[in-house]
Design a protein around this ligand. Structure first.
Ligand SMILES: Cc1cc2nc3c(=O)[nH]c(=O)nc-3n(C[C@H](O)[C@H](O)[C@H](O)COP(=O)(O)O)c2cc1C
Length: 441
């Protein structure tokens, strides 16, 4: 266990504009919700989540330019039993506009993970992060990612060795558990005891993959149980939800992944809300401009050689389709739009299709405003989660309305969520029975 760590500059974040405005009905789990502000090290209490295939250096640079992000994360770097390649790792360590960077590694070989942590630190990363949450079968089969939540002996060994080789900040990103969430507090305490500086929790179990709604009560519980900062993650679909997550759970910072693909303005909006400003409400023309800017950013990243430029354009087709999948969520004939997008084979065709479909939409038609005025997405909650209008609509079209006695029951019938919808605080000891596993994906 190291005794000396580079103390990175501590930049006190602004207190939440509405931190005192605790909503009625907040239960005791949230009553001490305002965290000590000095324990979060970065200027903004927001983190761009690691996303494999997406948060590459170009995407990170693009997002950093939008502002409002306290910490950028790389996608995971897989560390096997072979000595890690320092050149390959160092390539990931690019810190656009000086925004702090967290580099994530994933593996269970303690020696190589420690070596990787040293390389990442030397290359200038602000944070070394370990992936303890990836649910993918190809990953879990190798005993890494979320599979490590099942093995505290290996987990401790890997973390201890990484800690010894990481002079700066070391963090861990966990899920609530593998098959049940009953061990989440013990796992988090083990991670804290080893000397990890902060922890991110995505409060779904591995078996949930991405189903259901993230149970923010698990975040609130860890905030109360731990003495290190906790970053809350999962289903922060609208900027206002980021402030609500902090208010309800007391988490020190909010990590945002898919919602940043759906709404690239979300970090700016969070910052604007914190400052008491009117948050930007993008319209269709802004969405198309955004797509054009992404294309330019990718091309410029590879501008020095035209062969690489055309490779960049080809590489952008997949991410662009992913973005359009999210950005087009509010389009009237959404499924039709998504089918058309899937069939297209070039970035220019994708841009033309977006111009045709999205450009004409006003800011009140896109659900990209800070408050989610159309309410198309279901965000998490630490208080119990109400169903969205869309969920109720789909529930009532597939199940006779008389089967339901309340909105809460309707939610149970339409979701395989691990989340309970009553307002009881999360109880880790009860979590196997109360968090019924979702169906195998
Ligand atoms: C396409 C994709 C790739 C992801 N890759 C990673 C990864 O490399 N490392 C990691 O810790 N989590 C990864 N995640 C999980 C996200 O970081 C995040 O925990 C999850 O999406 C929930 O947050 P959200 O609701 O804000 O998206 C990935 C998620 C997605 C959708």
């Amino acid at each position: 266990m190291p005794t000396e760590r580079q103390s990175s500059e501590v930049i006190t974040r602004q207190p939440l504009a509405d931190a005192d405005a605790q909503p009625q009905g907040v239960r005791s789990v949230c009553s001490n919700a305002t965290p000590p502000v000095e324990s979060w090290r970065f200027a903004d209490a927001t983190v761009l989540a690691p996303m494999e295939g997406i948060t590459n250096p170009t995407f990170r640079r693009f997002m950093a330019e939008g502002g409002g992000i306290g910490l950028l994360c790389t996608e995971f770097i897989r560390i096997t039993q072979q000595a890690p390649c320092s050149k390959q790792i160092a390539r990931q360590v690019q810190r656009p506009l000086g925004v702090p960077l967290s580099v994530q590694v994933m593996g269970n070989d303690a020696t190589q993970m420690a070596e990787a942590a040293a390389i990442v630190s030397d290359a200038g990363a602000d944070v070394v992060d370990i992936n303890l949450g990836c649910p993918m079968p190809r990953v879990v089969r190798k005993g890494v990612g979320s599979a490590m939540l099942k093995d505290p002996v290996i987990l401790r060994r890997v973390l201890e060795q990484m800690r010894a080789k990481t002079p700066g900040l070391l963090s861990a990103k966990i899920r609530a558990g593998f098959d049940d969430a009953s061990g989440v507090i013990a796992t988090a305490k083990l991670i804290e005891a080893v000397g990890v500086d902060f922890i991110t929790v995505h409060p779904r179990r591995r078996c949930d993959f991405y189903q259901g709604v993230a149970d923010w009560r698990i975040i609130a519980t860890l905030v109360q149980e731990l003495n290190i900062p906790v970053i809350g993650n999962g289903d922060v679909w609208y900027a206002a939800d980021a402030l609500r997550m902090q208010r309800e759970t007391g988490c020190h910072a909010v990590m945002i992944g898919r919602p940043a693909l759906r709404n690239p303005w979300i970090f700016q909006q969070v910052e604007q809300l914190h400052r008491g400003l009117d948050p930007v409400a993008p319209d269709g023309a802004m969405v198309v401009d955004h797509l054009l800017a992404i294309k330019r950013c990718y091309e410029n990243g590879f501008a020095e050689r035209s062969s690489r430029k055309s490779k960049a354009a080809r590489n952008l087709i997949g991410p662009m389709k992913e973005l359009l999948h999210w950005l087009g969520r509010a389009v009237d004939d959404r499924r039709d739009f998504q089918r058309r997008v899937l069939r297209l084979g070039s970035v220019d065709e994708l841009l033309a299709e977006s111009e045709r479909t999205l450009c004409k939409l006003g800011s009140d038609q896109l659900d990209l405003d800070a408050f989610g005025s159309l309410g198309l997405e279901r965000s998490g909650s630490a208080l119990g989660i109400e169903p969205s209008a869309e969920t109720i609509a789909s529930a009532s079209s597939s199940v006779p309305p008389s089967s339901f006695s309340s909105a809460t029951e309707r939610r149970h019938a339409t979701s395989s969520s691990s989340t309970r919808f009553d307002a009881a605080p999360f109880d880790a000891a009860q979590s196997t029975s109360t968090h019924a596993p979702g169906p195998a994906p």
